[in-house]
Design a protein around this ligand. Structure first.
Ligand code: UTP
Length: 397
């Protein structure tokens, strides 16, 4: 019976090949396989998803002023929670373990998670608060992340203020758009991108908990920038004072063609335009004083007003298709890890959520003090470059 139902569901989408090993599965495996199919978010597989368009224009610079005291007040009153995005696979770093568990110390261990937790602890101390910390993992990073943090006693963070949630996945497809199998009873999936954080969060009990605490703002940040300030009172204060629904921490671009996403307006809405989307002349255009008109590079640290997030929760954001190496089931029934890209994964990106906020405050931070991303094993944005920046900021390695 179950097989017939699955067949009709899958054949509507020309994916019935997924049932080719179904008869040979055990009862439990069949039930689990049916569950995987029911969980597929078919909207994600839409190759023709629309990307925003419209004329690009500079976004207004932030007003001058020090809003730290206002931010401290907000945090002290429990208005801000932090959301750590730790669902990525960190493939560029080349480690199988979750990125946050990576040890970047020299004379003693210093884990990426430790840097972030310590940064947030210092805010708790300054504001005499306990900022709720939500950690988004993915199927692939969840177990190892929880075990690692427990073993390290959450680096001193109050455990009752931490909540984990697992981000949703999307199936991977081959070059013909057919969903791939990783093994006979398992569909090949990948995390659905960092834009999936809010819809994944909404499926949990966490929003009710945040509501009971009176949280109004979520500060969402990446796992890999070991220098960033989280729930930064100055940033919180400036965004709240601006009356906008969103704030984005930005650094001034090192040069007009730096490979970063740029916060600007597109079709009158705040948006992040990728460096490769921006025309050369636009990228280097300046005002009367010789300042770049598009100076703001985003560093994946955003403050979102919860009320606005809820209002736009059902709106669609573009789905990006990325070619990847995807483990698959070979003809002889074994799982193969390919050496070259063999299929596509689908993801939504947090940068595409900025548009939905209607307005956004650029909050400029000093690159040398707040931007030390660890993306690669060596070279640019690597463990080595992050270590140098940490040392410059007085962190003992
Ligand atoms: P990246 O864009 O650097 O992706 O993520 P990644 O998967 O970690 O690394 P590569 O490209 O495979 O080397 C930026 C942030 O978004 C999170 C990451 O954990 C990181 O904090 N992220 C990314 C998620 O939480 N989920 C995802 O599906 C993708």
């Amino acid at each position: 019976m179950e097989k017939e139902r699955l067949f009709s569901l899958l054949s509507e989408r020309r994916q019935e090949h997924l049932l080719q090993y179904f008869d040979g599965l055990t009862v439990e495996e069949k039930a689990d396989f049916a569950r995987q199919i029911r969980l597929i978010d078919w909207k994600m597989l839409d190759f023709h998803s629309e990307c925003p368009n419209g004329e690009i224009a500079p976004i207004l610079p932030p007003p001058k002023g020090d809003f730290r005291a206002l931010g401290v007040e907000q945090i002290k009153n429990g208005k801000v929670a932090a959301v750590l995005l730790a669902g990525g696979q960190g493939t560029r770093l080349g480690s199988d373990a979750p990125k946050g568990t990576y040890d970047i110390g020299v004379t003693k261990p210093l884990y990426i998670f430790e840097c972030l937790f310590k940064n947030l602890i210092s805010v708790n101390e300054e504001c005499r608060a306990q900022v709720p910390l939500l950690i988004m993992t993915s199927e692939k990073t969840d177990e190892a992340t929880r075990a690692f943090l427990k073993e390290h006693a959450y680096f001193g963070y109050p455990a009752d203020m931490i909540r984990f949630f697992v981000q949703d996945t999307a199936p991977c497809v081959d070059e013909d758009g057919k969903i791939m199998l990783e093994s006979k009873g398992k569909i090949a999936t990948a995390p659905n991108g960092n834009g999936g954080w809010f819809s994944s969060l909404l499926r949990t009990e966490i929003p009710a908990w945040l509501n009971s605490l009176g949280v109004e703002w979520l500060n969402v940040f990446a796992v890999d920038n070991v220098l960033q300030k989280i729930a930064d009172p100055a940033f919180v204060g400036a965004t709240v004072a601006s009356g906008k629904n969103c704030g984005a921490k930005v650094v001034k671009k090192a040069n007009p063609f730096e490979k970063v996403g740029v916060l600007c307006l597109r079709g009158g809405k705040p948006d992040v335009v990728e460096y490769y989307e921006m025309d050369e002349n636009v990228a280097q255009s300046t005002d009367g004083k010789g300042e770049l008109l598009y100076p703001y590079g985003v560093i994946l640290n955003y403050l979102f007003r919860v009320e606005k997030l809820q209002e736009v929760a059902q709106e669609k954001i573009p789905v990006h298709v990325v070619k990847k190496k995807i483990p698959y089931l070979s003809q002889d029934g074994t799982t193969v890890c390919p050496q070259t890209e063999n299929g596509y994964k689908f993801e939504t990106l947090i940068v595409d959520m900025v548009r939905l906020m209607d307005d956004c405050l650029p909050f400029v931070v000093e690159r040398e003090k707040e931007f030390a991303p660890i993306k690669n094993a060596e070279g640019v944005d690597s463990v080595q470059s992050a270590r140098l920046l940490l040392q410059k900021n007085g962190v003992k390695l």
